[in-house]
Ligand binder design. Sequence first.
Ligand SMILES: Nc1ncnc2c1ncn2[C@@H]1O[C@H](COP(=O)(O)OP(=O)(O)OP(=O)(O)O)[C@@H](O)[C@H]1O
Ligand SMILES: C[C@@](O)(CCOP(=O)(O)O)CC(=O)O
Length: 484
Amino acid sequence: MSTIVSAPGKVLAAGGYLVLDQQYPGVVISTSSRFYTVIQASLGSANQIVVRSPQFNQAEWRYTVTYNAAGIQVNPQEDSIGGKNKFVHLALQHTLNLVSEIHSVARVQERLFNGLDIAAVGDNDFYSQRAQLESLGLPRTTESLSRITPFCHNGVKLTDVHKTGMGSSAALITSLVSALLLHFSAITETDFANLEGDGRRLAHNAAQFVHCLAQGKVGSGFDVSSAVFGSQIYRRFGPAVLDPLMKGEFAAGTLKSVLNSSAWDYSFRPIQLPPLTRLVLADVEAGSDTPSLVGKVLKWRGHEDSCETAKDLWTQIDESNQSLARQLDALSQSYVQNKYVYEETIRQLASLPAQEWESISKAFYDLHQTTQRIRNLMRRMGDLAGVEIEPEQQTHLLDKSIQQAGVVGGGVPGAGGYDAIWLLICSPPGLSDEQQPLRQVESVWSTFDESNVTPLLAQESVAKGARVVQLDEIPGLKEAIQRQ
Ligand SMILES: Nc1ncnc2c1ncn2[C@@H]1O[C@H](COP(=O)(O)OP(=O)(O)OP(=O)(O)O)[C@@H](O)[C@H]1O
Ligand SMILES: C[C@@](O)(CCOP(=O)(O)O)CC(=O)O
């Protein structure tokens, strides 16, 4: 019997920094690029778990499971060629204990009778494909990216890979924890498939906990929430719910009671991008250290000299973020009300830059203005806090991109910095490939001379968050997990 769960990556389009505070929601889009965990019964030894990541060199982690009065211990084997993997180790340790608290230790022992083989792979978008495109002599376009083998081997060790900021660890932990809960029948597939199901909530709470523990801190959790529930308006949970577990209190029954507790007060409201538009992401060749950006912004916000200004600015940013959410909803509704008119409008917008849209569609023009206002306010916050939230080079790239016909707006995702940009562009049916706004955007990116910009393939995920899949459903997955 095998169990496969996929979980999407994320783009925090609005709400970076603010979403760390429960007062402010964030707008998060989950992506079509996903992480997959494939659990298969192995023919190995009892209580042995092998986790493999066939996209990397030396990426195999072996664990032995033992049982004692304190619960289940998942012990990394010294001979693991992958060295340490805290994220994977903690996911196994705590999910197996959660299963034993829900069922029994015997349930875990029984299902580990022949050991387990677990493969974890992520869509190519999670890792920069720039080097791969260069070695294949291909231009940096989405068309070229679609020619790269799915789940391709990155040619390096996991520790040396260049990530794209799409939330690989949150998607991995969500898919791994959910797959384990399902494989050990701690939750049912039907309940997991239901967005409001208790099983899906338990998977979320458990993945949040493991991710926080592995990261050594309780962050906002928007990445895990969108990996579980899909695109949404996210409001974080109060971190106190995790206090006992973060302090290492694992007395019998604690995991189950904390992770099932009604004290989890996060909220998510599913959203979607307007029909016939598409999300486009670019991987920019330069990096930023998110924790250090966050540290500086929070210091500025807390400082007595700047806290009043910060409060005013955050109120303004929040108002704009909430307008963005309302405008997205309204556009989806207007599509439902009159598909024909909506489609015609998108076709017209696709041939003009957004500054010229007001007379054609006030709703799309307002959406454009809102995204620009959010950028301005975030830039102002960066200036005041002394943090490069939208560095000048990114401003140039975004301005050039947003001036193109058919581009609604965009920004720097999440904490911002040099890593990436996102855009929302019109994508009307019936236009030739050459006429699509995406082509023009790609051409701007390929000639941009201040940084090396590579598109990603990801669009918005149509499936809502984590889901169970079958091996044959996903092109290239079977081949990837069989790779040695
Ligand atoms: N394919 C994989 N196989 C096994 N473990 C992985 C894999 N990808 C990520 N991990 C785990 O996640 C950790 C990376 O977490 P980190 O928090 O640095 O990434 P991230 O911030 O989510 O990255 P990004 O948002 O840029 O994708 C790795 O050290 C490893 O433990
Ligand atoms: C700055 C912050 O609000 C967002 C970070 O997002 P990203 O990892 O840059 O996509 C931090 C957080 O929410 O955990």
